[in-house]
Design a protein around this ligand. Structure first.
Ligand code: SF4
Ligand code: SF4
Length: 431
């Protein structure tokens, strides 16, 4: 979409403001219109028309959007059907380019430009945004001997394995915001973004790392019980580039996705089974729009399980009650709503539906945690408050939701479980 097309789309906004209450950032934070879809759209319009320059405020309005598409439902009902997430993402391509070229002055812009450039560098250097010094994503597979070769693979995209590192790394980013010296700020952001950061320097919570491994093992074991034995690429396991997509880093995204596709073809991969909503979305919808002739079958493990519900219903019953949290990408972008319910109920769980469910689910706040941890925490706490009105045990199926909501489970005396953990319990009964 060209700049002119973007402006034409933004101009379609009727300023009716029907969408503003739907936005978690607006409604959970401080009811400031510039943080609502309407406000973000108008700010970008003014910038493109030349009456507003790129400054720290504009960056804050555009980069605090969760790209959750919650507002689009209301805009559609209002008869306008603006694809707000897509427009914000396209706006970010313009702003991210300017930030990477160092063209914007200000603290916010320094934090963002250092963050963006280190994300791009880390992905080029070690294949994922964390940029850590060791392959931290293998343990779950080594201990259950997942095969190395085969035309059907399980693609974790390192997502569940990255999750335990995020709270510490984002804490470092947040500290950098108070820095007035650009040299010091660069030093902290560089450290926070993983360049030169050693795994041994991070004080990880062992239990969270163990849980992330059990999630993947639970998913994998459930596939084997259906007669599937997907292989895993171990050291070569690629990251999908989902963060590049969300941040509008289009050139690095094209470069990275072509590299991933080349790798999959070299390894003769015919079918990929994904385990998280973001990788599923990237491979199902984004890669085919970038790569001509993309010809790899892409599935999600929940789809696979739900199409074998007759087998699942014969597995051990877990029992218990959980309220379901639909991840935005899964429900709104991919339309996968009934399948997880079928699988969870097939495990003998009594599922409770919250008020904001399915296509009307609310974001966990995770997509902005990398740059705005305080804002992200407020959104997570509000989401937890709403879910806990229905039950104190919450189940979801996304690594970002799991870590972002789960970070506060002790504080709020709640339980946040990933479906993978429940599957693990079916086979190992640890709880
Ligand atoms: S609902 Fe749509 S048209 Fe109305 S203000 Fe929001 S984005 Fe604009
Ligand atoms: S996409 Fe989500 S966070 Fe962004 S403006 Fe719409 S509702 Fe708000």
């Amino acid at each position: 979409m060209s700049r002119e097309e973007l402006l034409r789309e933004l101009d379609r906004c009727q300023k009716c403001r029907f969408c503003i209450d739907q936005c978690p950032v607006y409604s959970y934070i401080d009811n400031a219109e510039y943080l609502a879809p309407y406000g973000r759209i108008q700010s970008m319009r003014y910038m493109l028309k030349g009456s507003y320059t790129v400054n720290d405020n504009l960056l804050y309005y555009i980069y605090t959007c969760l790209i959750c598409a919650g507002c689009e439902i209301v805009c559609r009902e209002a008869g306008e059907s603006l694809e707000v997430s897509k427009l914000i993402r396209r706006s970010r391509t313009i702003l991210s380019d300017a930030l990477l070229r160092g063209e914007v002055e200000g603290t916010e812009s320094s934090v963002l430009s250092y963050l963006l450039s280190s994300i791009v560098n880390n992905i080029r250097r070690v294949g994922d945004p964390l940029g850590l010094d060791k392959p931290y994503w293998l343990n779950w597979a080594l201990s259950i001997n997942v095969p190395k070769k085969g035309s059907t693979i399980i693609l974790t995209s390192r997502m569940y394995q990255m999750a335990p590192y995020l709270p510490q790394i984002t804490k470092l980013v947040d500290q950098a915001r108070g820095m007035v010296s650009s040299k010091l700020l660069r030093k902290i952001i560089t450290k926070a973004s993983g360049l030169g950061l050693k795994i041994s320097e991070l004080r990880l919570k062992r239990e969270i790392v163990n849980r992330s491994e059990r999630i993947l093992q639970g998913i994998y074991l459930s596939l084997t019980k259906l007669g599937l034995n997907p292989s895993f690429l171990y050291e070569d396991e690629p990251y999908s580039g989902a963060l590049l997509y969300d941040l509008g880093l289009d050139d690095p995204l094209v470069e990275h996705s072509k590299k991933v596709y080349r790798l999959l073809k070299e390894r003769d991969v015919k079918t990929v089974i994904t385990v998280d909503p973001h990788t599923f979305f990237m491979l199902k919808q984004v890669y085919p729009s970038i790569i001509d002739g993309f010809d790899i079958e892409v599935r999600h493990y929940i789809e696979v399980l739900s199409s074998n519900i007759d087998v699942i219903s014969k597995w051990n019953k877990l029992g218990g009650r959980y309220v379901i949290h639909d991840p935005c990408t899964m429900a709104r972008d991919l339309g996968v709503i009934e399948e997880p319910r079928k699988v969870i109920e097939g495990l003998g769980i009594d599922l409770v539906e919250p008020e904001d469910k399915g296509i009307e689910t609310k974001c966990c706040g995770g997509p902005i945690e990398y740059a705005y941890p305080k804002l992200s925490k407020k959104i997570a706490l509000e989401r937890l408050k709403r879910l806990s009105k229905f039950h104190s045990k919450i189940v979801s199926y996304c690594p970002i939701c799991w870590i972002n909501l789960g970070s506060y489970e002790e504080e709020l005396n709640l339980e946040v479980r990933d479906l993978g953990e429940l599957l693990y319990e079916v086979f190992f009964k640890t709880k």
